[in-house]
Design a protein around this ligand. Structure first.
Ligand code: B12
Ligand code: SF4
Length: 492
């Protein structure tokens, strides 16, 4: 008897900045195609990944689809909602499945949508397989979508490529969704599969390979993988980036960083120490006091001429303008040349998103809504700061970022910071930044970001404008290639 296979269309839609091969749904397809029942009864259409997804070809595929599955992240939730609604218009009886980190484990009722049939949280391979084949009873092995050929066409489209040699993280930092129970155990991909997948990726001459492991360098084999990449890479300008390095002083981390810096174009300084803050009280509040700062910094001793940068989070609970300035000025003491600061978001499935956590630290949050409707949640007040203090925290960042990070004046001190806060140079138009911060963090449930506020918070965190001036006035500026694009002018 012949029958028509049901068509499954999956998508991991990229962020607006860069198109990435749809690794997450590639994993689901790779896993499911090992199931004979599924192979026989379902056909997987080529997955979608482009942030400009709304094409004629895409709509044609959507019209043929029986089951639609989408990866939800903070950056693509609105796009996914639009796609799913459109699909239901085309096919009222079609099935929609939402998975990915933006689907909440708690408070699912608040998130539920009338046009979604199934919600999956945590690693999706087994759960998705069960939807397609309820009798499935498979073991969970991290899939190999690249060598299985699932992304064969897409990888040729100049996309960035993500790959994991292990999955999970043993830590539970309060701001991170890996702190969720389902992801806390580290599960390794076997050595052979890693080598084969790396070879496949390199053979396709990708422009960027990002290794997704949360603690790269934790195992000795991690160094061998990098040696293999160095020996076999096919293009000199390939970028090798990392989601996170080992936190508690692995002896493999420094040799890995040295190798990467010696062999890869790294203008954007992807070799980083994810510090978040130096403030002990904050580290305790974010459940990161089990990651020892000294151990993290011990990597510095073994690095050869590596210009390292740190990653920090602005506005963690427990921080004040003064502790934040301590963290920033410590960079000078330690001879770290550049710090990358990110505003704190409250993400679903993180300990920080839970009511008990927010009650404990007296946290008040608001939703920041982007012009395209995408939304992220931020703290405007907690036990250690109110609006006035938070403004000071961001202004301290602006000062440090402008003068220290970009090399305008590496001699800045706490005293010069005080002078700056007292009477900022008029050319920097600080009043604009202050007014913007007041709008952004005003105590209210939500805020629609647009114009200056959008650029300030979402794209540039206040940097850019002042640098245009300083550059045109002939001051030397370093690190311009790192991440500087002014919202108001292009600095060349
Ligand atoms: C690569 C990456 C990026 C890339 C973008 C990738 C892209 N496609 O565009 C870059 C570097 C640009 C990026 C940027 C950011 N990122 Co990022 N990023 C990642 C990273 C490291 C890997 C994602 C990945 O491929 N994982 C591997 C796959 C296999 O895991 P997965 O996505 O969870 O998929 C599994 C399950 O979720 C589930 N599943 C997934 N999809 C589906 C679909 C269906 C139908 C089903 C059933 C199941 C299912 O099954 C999959 C297999 O088990 C993750 C951390 C991580 N290691 O996951 C963070 C992560 C996704 N990023 C995150 C964040 C917050 C950001 C930023 C906002 C950071 C910042 N503060 O600036 C920016 C946002 C960019 C923007 N403004 O647009 C958060 C997202 C949280 C959330 N709720 O969405 C994560 C989880 C990091 C974290 N620990 O908090 N990121
Ligand atoms: S921030 Fe890094 S170390 Fe902490 S839970 Fe997330 S992935 Fe793990």
């Amino acid at each position: 008897m012949s029958f028509v296979k049901r068509k499954v269309f999956l998508g991991t839609i990229s962020s607006v900045y860069e198109d990435w091969a749809p690794y997450a749904v590639g994993c689901l397809i790779s896993h499911c195609l090992k199931n004979e029942f599924i192979k026989k009864h379902y056909e997987f259409l080529e997955p979608e990944y482009r942030h400009k997804w709304d094409t004629e070809e895409f709509n044609l595929k959507l019209k043929q689809t029986d089951i639609l599955g989408l990866t939800c992240y903070v950056w693509n939730q609105v796009a996914n909602d639009k796609i799913a609604k459109r699909f239901k218009e085309y096919n009222r009886n079609g099935i929609v499945i939402f998975g990915g980190p933006n689907v909440p484990e708690d408070n699912l009722e608040d998130y539920k949508r009338s046009f979604v049939d199934h919600y999956i949280t945590g690693p999706g391979e087994l759960q998705f397989e069960k939807i397609l084949d309820p009798s499935a009873n498979t073991e969970y092995v991290i899939p190999t979508p690249y060598t299985d050929g699932i992304l064969d066409t897409i990888i040729k489209n100049n996309v960035s490529v993500a790959y994991e040699t292990n999955r999970g993280c043993p830590y539970r930092c309060a701001f991170c969704d890996w702190g969720g129970v389902s992801r806390s155990k580290i599960k390794k991909v076997n050595d052979n599969d890693v080598y084969e997948n790396i070879d496949y990726i390199l053979k396709h001459k990708v422009k960027r390979l990002e290794i997704l492991d949360a603690n790269y360098g934790i195992f000795e084999r991690d160094l061998n993988f990098i040696k293999h990449i160095v020996d076999n890479k096919q293009r000199d300008d390939m970028l090798l980036t990392f989601a996170g390095f080992a936190k508690n002083g692995s002896k493999w981390t420094a040799p890995i960083m040295n190798l990467v810096m010696d062999n890869f174009n790294d203008k954007k300084r992807n070799i980083k120490i994810s510090l978040q803050t130096f403030t002990p009280e904050v580290l305790a509040a974010i459940d990161r006091d089990n990651i020892k700062t000294e151990k993290l910094l011990s990597i510095l001793d073994d690095l050869e001429n590596v210009d390292i940068n740190t990653e920090l989070i602005i506005g963690l609970p427990g921080e004040t303008a003064s502790t934040w300035a301590d963290t920033l000025f410590k960079h000078k003491e330690l001879n770290i040349d550049f710090a990358r600061g990110y505003p704190l978001y409250i993400l679903p499935n993180t300990p920080m998103a839970k009511k008990e956590y927010q009650d404990k630290y007296d946290i008040k949050t608001k939703k920041m809504i982007l012009p395209d409707g995408e939304m992220f949640e931020m703290i405007y007040q907690c036990y250690s700061y109110d609006l006035e203090e938070l403004k000071k925290i961001y202004l301290t960042w602006l000062y440090f970022n402008t003068f220290y990070n970009f090399g305008l004046d590496k001699t800045i001190t706490r005293e010069s910071l005080d002078e700056f806060l007292e009477s900022p140079p008029s050319v920097m138009k600080i009043h604009e930044v202050i007014e913007s911060l007041e709008r952004i963090f005003k105590p209210e449930p939500e805020f629609y970001l647009k114009d200056y506020d959008l650029h300030y918070l979402h794209y540039q965190l206040g940097r850019g404008n002042e640098l245009v001036y300083f550059k045109s006035a002939g001051y030397p500026i370093n690190n311009l290639d790192k991440e500087l694009r002014s919202p108001f002018a292009v600095i060349t």
